[in-house]
Write a protein that binds this ligand. Structure first.
Ligand code: PEP
Ligand code: MN
Length: 355
C-alpha cells in the first residue's frame, strides 16, 4: 500500500534540512520547561518537544507529570512562539493534546510496536489534521513501522513523518539502541516522499554520541533531527545521560556539514563504477569459493567425514576478522560476513552429501 502524504509545512519554519525538534525528554516542572524553551528559542529552535506521559521500562520511575504539563507547553507557545510537540500513547492522550492545542504529536517506539494501541490512536485521530511523527518500533521490523503509519494514514492524517530512534538489543555495548541504518534507508527507498528524522539521543544514550550520529544522519540524507535538551541535563528526571544544554545543541548544529544531494554527480559516477567492479569481483570470488566448497563436500562424503569441522570454522572466523582489522575494517563486520559465507558453504555441502 502507498501512503497518501502531504508535506509537513510549518509556517515560519525553514524547509531546508535539517528540521530541528528539541526539548527535554520529560516535562518536569514549569520552570524547567520554560527555561529550556526560552534558551532554545534564543538559539533559533522552532519546534519544542517534551514528554508529558513517559513510558518507563519499570514501574516506580518518573512516569511524567501528565495533563498538568500541557498547560506549560501552552505557555511555551505563548512566550516563545515555538511549535510544541509531545508523545501520545492512548486515545486519552490524544484528546488532552488536541484540547490543549498541541501542534505536533509523536508515537513512541513502544506504542508503534503494538498494532492494537496504534489502531486506538488512529481511531482517536480520525479526521484530525495534525502533523504526527511515528518512531520506529523497538524491534527492527520495518513492516511494523510502515504498518503503524498506514493505520494513521487510513484515519485521514496525511502530514506524517518517521523518526529513526534505533532498535533495542540485548547487547548494549556502545549504543543504547542500535542504529541499523539500513532500515531507515530501506524505508526511504520504499516511501521516498516520507520525511525521516533521526533521534540521536535515544540511539546513542550518551551525550558524546549525539554529534557524530547527527552527522551520520545528515550524510544519509535524513530530513531532520529530534534531540533531547535540558536546562540542567545532569539533574534530568529521565534520560539524564543523553540530554544536552541548549548551548551545546547550538554548538553541535553549527558544526554539522550538510551536503547537498544534488551536487555534480560526475565524480560520483566514476566512484560508483568502481563499486560495481568491486561487487562483480566479490561475486565471482564467492562463486569460486562455493565451487571449492562443493568439491570439499564431495571429498568429505567419500571419506565419511562430518560437514562441520568446528575447529576449522573458528580458525577461519578469527583469522579473517584479524586480517580484516589489519586492512582497516571492523573485525566484527568481517567475522559477520564470513559467518554468512560459511552458512551458505555448509548448505551447499549438505546438498552434496544428500545427493
Ligand atoms: C522519548 O522520545 O522521550 C521516548 C520515550 O522515546 P522512544 O519512544 O524512542 O523510546
Ligand atoms: Mn527520552
Amino acid at each position: 500500500m502507498e501512503l497518501e502524504l502531504e508535506p509537513i509545512k510549518l509556517e515560519g519554519v525553514s524547509e531546508e534540512r535539517p528540521l530541528i525538534i528539541s526539548g527535554p525528554c520529560s516535562a518536569e516542572t514549569e520552570e524547567q520547561v520554560l527555561s529550556t524553551a526560552q534558551q532554545l528559542a534564543q538559539k533559533g529552535v522552532k519546534i519544542f518537544r517534551a514528554g508529558i506521559w513517559k513510558p518507563r521500562t519499570k514501574p516506580g520511575g518518573f512516569e511524567g507529570v501528565g495533563v498538568e504539563g500541557l498547560a506549560w507547553l501552552k505557555e511555551v507557545k505563548e512566550q516563545t512562539g515555538m511549535y510544541v510537540s509531545t508523545e501520545v500513547a492512548t486515545p486519552k492522550h490524544v484528546y488532552e493534546c488536541l484540547k490543549a492545542g498541541i501542534d505536533i504529536l509523536w508515537v513512541g517506539a513502544r506504542t508503534t510496536a503494538n498494532p492494537f494501541a496504534v489502531q486506538d490512536l488512529a481511531d482517536a485521530l480520525k479526521g484530525v489534521d495534525i502533523p504526527i511523527f511515528v518512531k520506529n518500533p523497538v524491534s527492527p521490523d520495518l513492516e511494523l513501522w510502515i504498518g503503524a503509519m498506514e493505520r494513521i494514514n487510513n484515519a485521514g492524517l496525511k502530514r506524517i513523518g518517521a523518526i529513526h530512534r534505533g532498535f533495542s538489543s540485548y547487547d548494549k555495548k556502545f549504543y543504547r539502541n542500535l542504529p541499523q541504518w539500513h532500515i531507515p534507508i530501506e524505508l526511504r527507498r520504499r516511501i521516498p516522499n516520507l520525511p525521516i528524522l533521526c533521534d540521536p539521543s535515544h540511539i546513542g544514550g550518551k551525550r558524546e554520541l549525539i554529534a557524530p550520529l547527527c552527522q551520520q544522519a545528515m550524510d544519509l540524507g535524513m530530513d531532520g533531527l529530534i534531540i533531547e535538551s535540558h536546562c540542567n541535563p545532569d539533574c534530568a528526571w529521565s534520560d539524564a545521560s543523553q540530554q544536552i544544554t541548549p548551548e551545546v545543541l547550538d554548538y553541535i548544529l553549527n558544526l554539522l556539514v550538510i551536503r547537498s544531494e544534488h551536487q555534480s554527480t560526475e565524480n560520483l559516477r566514476e566512484l560508483r563504477s568502481q563499486i560495481d567492479d568491486c561487487d562483480n569481483a566479490i561475486i565471482e570470488l564467492l562463486a569460486k569459493r562455493m565451487r571449492v566448497c562443493r568439491e570439499i563436500g564431495t571429498f568429505k562424503k567419500e571419506h565419511g567425514m562430518t560437514i562441520l569441522q568446528t575447529g576449522r570454522y573458528n580458525e577461519i572466523l578469527d583469522k579473517r576478522g584479524a586480517q580484516g582489522s589489519l586492512c582497516g575494517m571492523d573485525s566484527e563486520f568481517v567475522r559477520n560476513v564470513f559467518e554468512a559465507i560459511h552458512e551458505e558453504s555448509v548448505r551447499q555441502q549438505m546438498e552434496i552429501i544428500n545427493q
